[in-house]
Write a protein that binds this ligand. Structure first.
Ligand SMILES: NC(=O)c1ccc[n+]([C@@H]2O[C@H](COP(=O)([O-])OP(=O)(O)OC[C@H]3O[C@@H](n4cnc5c(N)ncnc54)[C@H](OP(=O)(O)O)[C@@H]3O)[C@@H](O)[C@H]2O)c1
Length: 305
């Protein structure tokens, strides 16, 4: 598997090194570590919560529907309600997790989010505001509330599930791309501020991953975008087909286990990278952004949907 770090040359990681973390310089998993992971009802979060549990972590995970909370509990995961748009729910989850853990937490994986599609000119400001509440302000709030615990411990890992759309703009994804670009800026500043503290911040930048993100995004698109009155109404048919068909059709789409592979590295490596880019299309996009003149790169990108 190839992992591209935006600040370093690409590194080839042998598959057997992933299977045997000691050969790769990662400490073996043990059952003393604890993590809070959000958005664990489906997709990346649901997979990573169970994979971490299997690998010996004490896993606190969040979801919103009672049946999703029950499914997590049934798999031995301590589950709590969290909607990032509700500050009181963020405060409650922090209190409940720290009460259970005795005031300690080794890692936070901010992951729960949704994707508001639609052309920038068609986005009601409230739709953009709500996208930022869920994908950015809630993440900031939760991170801030847990940071004092990590500072007191003298160690901690904060991993954010960003997106390649936090690095590259693609048309009709303005709200989502803006929330992820903002996340990159905010959390890279935090990363710099935490240098030497023993607390490490990393961002995962997935390309297409199998999950419910498109199915969940469909209702947001239908709620907020007035297709019939839009200049883009014909182009929106392709967007609707994408959302109804389960997202971007790409033979390079990977399962959520691909994200877990790099999450483990971000959690365990002594010097985690700032960025972990996942999937071939995402790696190609990042490489082209680095190498092509900007006007050529954005012209090429404008053809993508
Ligand atoms: N799949 C991809 O291709 C892809 C690519 C790049 C980045 N990502 C990122 O990966 C992360 C996980 O997404 P996914 O692909 O696994 O999608 P998913 O299957 O739709 O899962 C998203 C999770 O986020 C939760 N969520 C949504 N809004 C929330 C809110 N306001 N507060 C708290 N939780 C909320 C959902 O809960 P409910 O079930 O209750 O709605 C669900 O648990 C996201 O940060 C996404 O941006 C995904």
């Amino acid at each position: 598997m190839i992992i591209i770090d935006l600040s370093r040359p690409a590194v080839y990681v042998k598959p057997d090194a992933i299977a045997n973390p000691l050969r790769f310089g990662l400490p073996a998993m043990n059952n003393n570590r604890s993590i809070l992971i959000t958005g664990a009802s489906s997709g990346i979060g649901a997979h990573c919560a169970r994979a971490l549990k299997r690998d010996g972590w004490r896993v606190f995970a969040t979801a919103r529907r009672p049946e999703d909370l029950a499914a997590l509990e049934a798999d031995g995961i301590e589950a709590f309600y969290l909607d990032y748009r509700e500050p009181e729910a963020i405060a409650a989850v922090v209190e409940n997790v720290l009460t259970r853990s005795g005031g300690r937490l080794d890692a936070l994986f901010n992951n729960g989010a949704y994707a508001q599609a639609g052309a920038v000119e068609d986005l009601p400001v409230d739709a953009l505001r709500e996208q930022f509440e869920a994908n950015l302000f809630g993440w900031h709030d939760l991170t801030r509330r847990l940071l004092p615990v990590m500072r007191a411990q003298g160690h901690g890992r904060i991993v954010h599930c960003s997106s390649v759309l936090g690095l590259l703009p693609i048309r009709y994804r303005g709200a989502y791309a803006a929330s992820k670009h903002a996340l990159e800026g905010l959390m890279l500043c935090m990363r710099a501020e935490l240098q030497g503290s023993g607390i490490h911040v990393a961002l995962i930048e997935p390309g297409p991953i199998r999950s419910r993100i498109a199915a969940n995004g469909l209702s947001w698109f239908e709620r907020n975008i007035d297709v019939e009155r839009s200049f883009h109404r014909e182009a929106y048919q392709a967007q609707l087909a994408r959302l109804r068909g389960g997202g971007t059709r790409s033979r390079f789409k990977l399962g959520p286990d691909a994200v877990y592979t790099v999450l483990r590295r971000a959690l365990l490596h002594p010097r985690p990278r700032p960025h972990y880019v996942v999937t071939l299309p995402a790696k190609i996009g990042v490489a082209l952004k680095r190498t092509l003149p900007a006007s050529m790169f954005y012209k090429l990108l404008a053809r993508q949907e």
